[in-house]
Write a protein that binds this ligand. Structure first.
Ligand code: GH3
Ligand code: MG
Ligand code: MG
Ligand code: MG
Ligand code: MG
Length: 351
């Protein structure tokens, strides 16, 4: 607990335990002899305490939850369930959800015998009858002060627990926000694909993994054909729509584990782990075909509608390969293949 809270708790306790504040405290008097109870009540009458009574240990235990006393003054010698035993039960159930902390003053007519036992069992004080009233009064006050302090500690702990839980919640929310923000820095806003920066990170990782485990890895570069003309003819916003549609189409045709990103303006790139040249070529053909089948409706300002189609060219490179020892080479070869696809008339795949 922080020093500050201990200091604050001290203040709370001082306020709580001023003598007048103790007046409304409830004291449970437990004795099998009503005359003894009467005697104590009279002795403490001037303090304004509230009294509750129980005539044996069983009754005392029964009334504990309902009465919630701030102090118990209890006879040791009672039939059936004696004071020492009741005290043991109360102290054994003192935790949260049990009785909480209730100070117990045991009272006995016996000379000192049992005093140590009672105190060891958790009695907070011990008085031997006949006791003088000023002493009883002072001990009661001291016990009530102890109880008030204890209550303040419990209350403070509850507050601290609550604050801690709130902090935990706030921390979790922050961590989640951080995750979300991090995710956003990896995404291309227009297409929803990963962006180039994140792609390059992942590419390096995947390349290292593939080299270490000698597992195949393919890299695909894709570029929309004559996209400039499409923009010029139908406008930039329509071009954007085409880009989004092409991005979706590529994702839809590749596997969940394949990593697709927007590499530049109308250029996309995909990383296919565990995929050799043959399977990569098959995947690229699927993607190429799907892009060529895209039909988007363009609505001109005069209301005329037109079905617009687009195609893309693809270049693919794969490892392991003796000629591709470094990741830059993989990129370079895919790019060259893409260039060859363009030169071969576009809407085709080269590897
Ligand atoms: P090629 O078949 O050789 O690839 O021809 P191309 O016209 O597709 O290639 P070029 O590189 O000449 O033009 C690419 C065009 O893509 C030019 C650029 O304005 C456009 N572009 C780049 N980014 C965006 C974008 O975010 N939205 C839109 N609508 N167009 C974009
Ligand atoms: Mg008795
Ligand atoms: Mg170009
Ligand atoms: Mg292009
Ligand atoms: Mg281009």
């Amino acid at each position: 607990m922080a020093d500050g809270s201990i200091k604050k708790m001290g203040e709370v306790a001082r306020r709580t335990v001023s003598t007048s504040a103790l007046a409304d405290r409830t004291i449970l008097l437990v004795d099998d002899d009503p005359a003894n109870i009467q005697h104590v009540r009279e002795g403490l009458a001037s303090h304004g305490y509230r009294f509750r009574e129980a005539n044996d240990g069983t009754e005392a235990l029964r009334s504990l939850r309902e009465v919630r006393p701030d102090l118990i003054i209890m006879d040791v010698e009672m039939p059936r369930l004696g004071g020492v035993e009741v005290c043991r039960i109360i102290k054994a159930n003192g935790g949260e959800g049990g009785f909480g902390f209730i100070p117990v003053i045991l009272v006995t007519a016996r000379q000192a015998a049992g005093k140590v036992e009672g105190l060891e069992l958790g009695a907070d004080d011990y008085l031997v009858k006949p006791f003088d009233m000023p002493e009883l009064s002072a001990r009661v006050k001291s016990m009530l002060r102890l109880k008030a302090l204890q209550d303040a500690v419990v209350e403070k702990n509850r507050e601290l627990d609550h604050k801690n839980r709130e902090l935990d919640r706030a921390n979790k929310e922050l961590a989640q926000k951080r995750e979300e923000l991090l995710a956003l820095t990896r995404i291309d806003a227009l297409t929803g694909l990963y962006n180039r920066r994140y792609f390059e990170e992942r590419l390096t990782e995947e390349f290292v993994r593939s080299t270490r485990y000698r597992s195949p890895l393919s890299l695909v570069m894709m570029d929309i054909d004559h996209f400039k003309k499409l923009n010029d003819t139908y406008g930039h916003p329509f071009g954007d729509e085409v880009l989004r549609k092409v991005a979706q189409t590529i994702k839809g045709k590749l596997r969940e584990v394949d990593f697709v990103a927007r590499y530049g303006g109308e250029e996309m790139i995909a990383l296919l782990p565990e995929t050799g040249p043959k399977e990569a070529l098959g995947a690229c053909e699927r993607v190429r075909e799907a892009i060529a089948s895209i039909q988007l409706e363009h609505r001109a300002q005069d209301g005329t509608r037109q079905q617009v189609r687009c195609t893309a060219s693809l270049g693919v490179a794969s490892v392991p390969s003796k000629t591709l020892p470094v990741v830059e080479e993989l990129l370079r070869v895919a790019d060259t293949c893409l260039y060859e696809a363009k030169a071969a008339g576009r809407n085709c795949v080269r590897q």
